[in-house]
Design a protein around this ligand. Structure first.
Ligand code: SF4
Length: 181
């Protein structure tokens, strides 16, 4: 499986979540939270489909000790004229994982020679927009994250759980903790 923005997002939250998702164990489709997020995206920016485009890109990152790591990105809202990635988050708090996700998009776009200047994360609930850049240092950090995510995918077993106190809002909560509380 290629490394995706979702896996980079999850890497910031929990190694186990990266492994579960990559092995086809998905809980998000049952999550009302995700559905609500999509709804907010559509309702807050009804004009976006006319101005921005959906784009899918792929690429590879050389691995120091193994085959290149495959990358894939599906970006819902990209402005090809200005080179801006747009992302909408329904959460009531800004998260580092959101920034990492958008930086991953910028990175894979640039790998393909596509002009990708910066990203904008819109938080309708907070009524703020956060700009996301990808500097040389950010890119180095992101490449390390990609290699770490790839390393987790190579593990045979599922990584250990986080402490339950950090799991309450996770879509895998029941999967990881059912019958144990
Ligand atoms: S419930 Fe906890 S341990 Fe399980 S994937 Fe989510 S954050 Fe990780």
């Amino acid at each position: 499986m290629p490394i995706t923005a979702t896996l980079i997002n999850y890497l910031m939250l929990c190694r186990r979540k990266v492994w579960l998702h990559a092995h086809g164990i998905r809980m998000e489709h049952t999550s009302e939270v995700v559905a609500e997020g999509r709804l907010i995206g559509l309702e807050s920016y009804p004009q976006r489909a006319e101005r921005w485009t959906e784009i899918e890109v792929s690429g590879t990152l050389p691995h120091p000790n193994a085959n290149p790591v495959e990358l894939a990105a599906k970006i819902d809202f990209f402005d090809p004229h200005l080179g801006i990635v747009h992302e909408v988050k329904k959460s009531a708090a800004k998260e580092q994982a959101h920034i990492a996700q958008v930086q991953f998009y910028l990175y894979v776009l640039r790998l393909n020679g596509i002009r990708a200047e910066y990203g904008l994360i819109e938080y309708p609930k907070l009524r703020i927009t956060e700009r996301v850049d990808l500097t040389t240092d950010d890119q180095q950090q992101l490449e390390n994250q990609i290699l770490r995510a790839h390393g987790i995918l190579q593990q045979e077993g599922c990584p250990e759980r986080l402490p339950v106190s950090q799991c309450r809002s996770c879509s895998f909560f029941e999967f990881c903790w059912v019958g144990e509380e």
